[in-house]
Design a protein around this ligand. Structure first.
Ligand SMILES: Cc1ncc(COP(=O)(O)O)c(C=O)c1O
Length: 284
C-alpha cells in the first residue's frame, strides 16, 4: 500500500508499506516468516518438540509458543536470566499456550550455541528440534526471502529493521537487479551485523549479495531504548497514517528512512518500500 506523506513528497520520494504486521495476531510479521520453514523442518524430521531461546520479553518466544500450540508441537523456551515470579505478561502468554520455560544464567546463555550447553539441554529435555534465538538460521532466512514475493508494486529501495540480521539477509537475496536494501540496526554498535548478514546469506544461499547496507545511527541509545523524539515520531505517524509503529524495531527503521530522505541520502524519484515487520505489542 502507498502511504502519502508530504514530508517525503517534498523530497520526491514515494513510500510503499508491506504490512507484514497483519499476517496473524499470534504469529505476526517476521516471526511467522522465520518459523514457517523451521517448523516444517521439525515436522519433516518427526520431531514432536521444539526448543528455542529468548529474553524475558521476546516476541520470538511468544510466537514460537503460539505456533507450536496451533500445530500440536510441544515447545520449550530457554529464557535468559533468572526466573522471576509472577511471570511477566509475555512469558505468561507463552506458558498459557503450553510452552515449558527453563532459564539459563546470563553467562551460560551467552554460550547457548556451544555444543556442551546444547548437550546439557538434550540430557534434560530429550530429543528436540532446535531453533536459534530470533529464528535466524537458513530456514528462517528462506522464510524472510518470501516477503517480497507478495509485493506487486515496483520499488527501488526496500527498508527493514535489523536485530539479528536475518530479515535483511532474506529480503536482499530476493531483490531484482537494480533494487537495493537498507537495514536499520535497532542495536547500538550494529556494525557487526554486516558480517552476520554476509554469513547468513552464505549459509542460506551459498553466497552473499552486494545489494544491501546497514544504517547504524538510528538506535536511539540502544536496544529497546526510546527517546521523546522517537515517541513523537510514532504518535505523529499514527495520526497521519493510522499505523501504530512497533517501537523497538519498526519505528527506528521508519524514522531512519524519513531522515535519509530529508538529507538526500535517499534521492528524489526513489520509490521506497518499508517492510513493517511486526505490530506494536504489549500486555492485553
Ligand atoms: C518486529 C521486528 N522487526 C524486525 C526484527 C529484526 O529482525 P532480524 O532479527 O531478522 O534482524 C525483529 C526481531 O526480532 C522484530 O521483532
Amino acid at each position: 500500500m502507498e502511504l502519502g506523506d508530504d514530508r517525503l513528497a517534498r523530497r520526491g520520494v514515494r513510500l510503499l508499506a508491506k504490512r507484514d504486521d497483519l499476517i496473524s495476531d499470534e504469529v505476526p510479521g517476521n516471526k511467522w516468516r522465520k518459523l514457517k520453514y523451521n517448523l516444517t523442518d521439525a515436522s519433516a524430521r518427526g520431531a514432536s518438540t521444539v526448543l528455542t531461546f529468548g529474553g524475558a520479553f521476546s516476541n520470538h518466544i511468544r510466537a514460537t509458543a503460539a505456533a507450536g500450540n496451533l500445530l500440536g508441537l510441544a515447545t520449550i523456551g530457554v529464557i535468559r536470566g533468572e526466573e522471576r515470579l509472577p511471570l511477566n505478561w509475555s512469558l505468561a502468554s507463552a506458558t498459557a499456550r503450553g510452552m515449558h520455560l527453563t532459564y539459563l544464567d546470563r553467562s551460560t546463555y551467552r554460550r547457548k550455541d556451544h555444543p556442551e550447553v546444547v548437550a546439557d539441554l538434550r540430557r534434560r529435555f530429550g530429543d528436540f528440534h532446535l531453533i536459534p534465538e530470533g529464528g535466524s538460521n537458513p530456514a528462517g532466512i528462506r522464510g524472510c526471502a518470501e516477503i517480497l514475493g507478495e509485493v506487486d508494486e515496483n520499488f527501488d529501495v526496500v527498508c527493514c529493521a535489523c536485530g539479528t540480521g536475518g530479515t535483511l539477509a532474506g529480503i536482499a537475496a530476493a531483490l531484482r537487479p537494480g533494487q537495493r536494501a537498507i537495514g536499520f540496526s535497532a542495536l547500538k554498535g550494529g556494525r557487526f551485523l554486516e558480517q552476520v548478514v554476509v554469513d547468513l546469506q552464505r549459509a542460506t544461499f551459498g553466497r552473499p549479495t552486494d545489494n544491501w547496507r546497514i544504517e547504524c545511527d538510528f538506535h536511539f541509545g540502544g536496544f529497546a531504548k526510546k527517546s521523546p523524539e522517537l515517541q513523537h515520531f510514532i504518535d505523529d505517524f499514527a495520526e497521519r497514517h493510522g499505523i501504530l509503529l512497533e517501537p523497538v524495531y519498526v519505528a527506528k527503521m521508519m524514522y531512519g528512512l524519513f531522515d535519509l530522505a530529508r538529507c538526500g541520502a535517499i534521492r528524489p524519484d526513489t520509490t521506497v518500500l518499508a517492510v513493517i515487520t511486526g505490530p506494536a505489542e504489549g500486555p492485553g
